[in-house]
Design a protein around this ligand. Structure first.
Ligand code: SF4
Length: 451
C-alpha cells in the first residue's frame, strides 16, 4: 500500500534581530493570529507547522511550501528567512501588512506576495502551487467575516499568556501615521457575535486580547454590536479577563462601560497620542482634538476607570510641532494624567501611511537602505529628519521624559491611584503589572534578542 506524500506547509512568524522591544515580556507577546487563520484555511491533506520566533530563534525545518507574515519592523528578518528556503528550492509566499504596502519590494525576496487579506485568495495560491504555477502577486479582497474558518490555535506556542481574538476589521478614521485603513479599509466589518462567543468558549486562556483597532467603533451600529457582544459574554457565563483598543469615544456610553466591565474588560488601550493641539492637528486625530479642546481627557479616563477598567494611554513623541520643551511638557502631562498605565513610542512613518508619503516626497526619510533599515522602523528611534531639533537633542530629552514617567515614585503613586478608583485588588494588580512590564520595555527593552 502506498501513501501519497503529505505535503508540509511551514508558516513563520519572524522577529526583528535588532531589538527586543515588546518581546522581552511574555505578557506582551502577541499570538500570530494571521498564521493561525492561514492554517485554518488550508485543507486537511496538508501538514501545517508554525515556527514562531517570539519564542525560539528559527531552526531549519523541512517543508514543501513556506508562508511568512511580517509587519514593517520584521520585514528584514522575513526576507532573510525567505532567502534560506528559496536557496533550497522551496517556494516562499509572503503576506501581511508590510508586503501588502510594498508588494514590488517583497516580490524580490519571495516567489509570491499575497496583498491584502488572504482569506479570499489562499485556496488559489495552494492550487497554483500544486500545479507549479505560482504567480508573483495575488490580491485578496476584503473578507466577509461570516462563517470564516477559525484560526488553528493548537498550532500556537503554548507559552502565550494572552489569546488574540479578532471581532471586527477596518477603521473609518484616517490618522496620518496609521496604515489600518489602507490594509483593512475604512468600513467596519464585523464577525457575527455568536461566532465570536463560540470561539471564546473554545479558548482555554484566562486572558484575551481583542485585537480590533477599536472594539466599540465610531458609530451607533458598532456601539450596539459591541454591547451585544459584551451581553453575550455575560449571558453565556464566559469568564475571561479581556483587554482591547478603543478611541476616546469608548467613554461616551455609560451602559456600554458597565457591560464591558461586567463581561471581563480589565484594561483598555486608548490612542491618546498627545495633549498638544498642533500635534493632534498634524496627525489628523480629530476625535482627540475635540476632547482636548474641552480639557476633557481626564474626564474620559475617569469615566472608564470608575467602572473598574484600567486605562492604558498610548503617547507618541516626535511630531513636527514637537520641541525639547513640548517633550518635557508631554511627560509632565502624562505624569499628572489620570491614566493607569502608559505606552510610549516615537512617531514612525510606516509604508502605506500618509505620513510616510509626505516624508518621502519631502526627502526627510533618513533610513532608506531597504530592506535592511526596516527593522529600525519599530517606534524606538526617529527614522526621519525631525522638524525642530536634531536626533541627538531628541534622544536626550526623550530619555529624560521616559525615565520620569516610569520613575519609582511615579510607579508607586500610580498603583495607589488605580487602587483608589478600581477598588478591586485583583484588577489593580493586573493593571499595575502591565505598567511594570511597560516600564521594563520602555526603559530597558531595546537590546538585541538572543544574545
Ligand atoms: S490610529 Fe486608530 S483611529 Fe486612527 S486610523 Fe488607525 S486604527 Fe483608526
Amino acid at each position: 500500500m502506498s501513501h501519497a506524500h503529505r505535503k508540509t506547509l511551514l508558516l513563520i512568524n519572524p522577529v526583528s534581530q535588532l531589538r527586543t522591544g515588546f518581546l522581552m515580556n511574555r505578557a506582551t507577546k502577541c499570538q500570530p493570529l494571521s498564521l493561525g487563520i492561514i492554517a485554518g484555511l488550508t485543507p486537511k491533506e496538508w501538514k501545517v507547522k508554525i515556527i514562531d520566533e517570539n519564542f525560539r530563534q528559527f531552526k531549519y525545518y523541512e517543508a514543501d511550501l513556506v508562508g511568512i507574515t511580517s509587519f514593517t519592523a520584521t520585514a528584514t528578518r522575513a526576507y532573510e528567512l525567505a532567502g534560506i528556503y528559496r536557496s533550497k528550492g522551496v517556494p516562499v509566499v509572503i503576506g501581511g501588512i508590510h508586503a501588502s504596502m510594498v508588494p514590488d519590494e517583497a516580490e524580490q525576496f519571495c516567489d509570491s506576495v499575497v496583498v491584502g487579506e488572504a482569506e479570499s485568495i489562499w485556496p488559489e495560491v495552494l492550487k497554483d502551487f500544486e500545479s507549479g504555477n505560482l504567480k508573483k502577486q495575488y490580491k485578496g479582497s476584503f473578507t466577509n467575516l461570516i462563517h470564516q474558518p477559525l484560526p488553528r490555535r493548537e498550532l500556537f506556542h503554548p507559552g502565550y499568556i494572552v489569546a488574540s481574538v479578532q471581532t471586527s476589521r477596518g477603521c473609518p478614521m484616517d490618522c496620518s501615521f496609521c496604515s489600518v485603513s489602507a490594509f483593512n479599509g475604512r468600513h467596519y466589518r464585523f464577525r457575527p457575535v455568536n461566532e465570536v462567543l463560540d470561539e471564546l468558549e473554545s479558548i482555554s486562556n484566562k486572558y484575551v486580547f481583542f485585537i480590533d483597532d477599536n472594539i466599540v467603533g465610531h458609530n451607533s451600529f458598532a456601539r450596539e454590536r459591541a454591547k451585544e457582544l459584551f451581553r453575550g459574554i455575560i449571558e453565556r457565563g464566559i469568564k475571561k479577563y479581556w483587554i482591547s483598543q478603543a478611541s476616546l469615544n469608548f467613554a461616551d456610553d455609560e451602559e456600554l462601560l458597565g457591560l464591558a466591565a461586567k463581561s471581563g474588560c480589565c484594561m483598555i488601550f486608548l490612542g491618546v497620542e498627545t495633549e498638544g493641539i498642533e500635534q493632534l492637528t498634524e496627525a489628523g486625530k480629530n476625535l482627540n482634538l475635540h476632547k482636548v479642546k474641552d480639557g476633557a481627557y481626564n474626564q474620559v479616563f475617569n469615566r472608564i476607570r470608575k467602572h473598574g477598567i484600567g486605562v492604558i494611554g498610548g503617547f507618541i513623541f516626535g511630531f513636527d510641532h514637537d520641541t525639547p520643551k513640548s517633550i518635557l511638557n508631554r511627560a509632565r502631562f502624562i505624569r499628572r494624567s489620570h491614566i493607569d498605565s502608559v505606552q510610549l513610542s516615537v512617531l514612525t512613518p510606516l509604508p502605506g501611511t500618509r505620513l510616510y508619503e509626505e516624508l518621502r516626497v519631502s526627502g526627510r526619510l533618513t533610513h532608506t537602505n531597504y530592506p535592511a533599515d526596516w527593522e529600525r522602523y519599530d517606534y524606538y528611534e526617529p527614522v526621519f529628519k525631525l522638524n525642530r531639533m536634531s536626533v541627538e537633542i531628541f534622544d536626550q530629552y526623550r530619555d529624560m521624559a521616559w525615565k520620569s514617567i516610569f520613575s519609582w515614585p511615579q510607579m508607586i503613586s500610580r498603583f495607589f491611584r488605580t487602587l483608589l478608583v478600581n477598588h478591586n485588588l485583583k484588577t489593580t494588580a493586573i493593571v499595575w503589572l502591565n505598567l511594570y512590564h511597560y516600564r521594563r520595555i520602555f526603559l530597558f527593552g531595546w537590546k538585541r534578542p538572543y544574545n
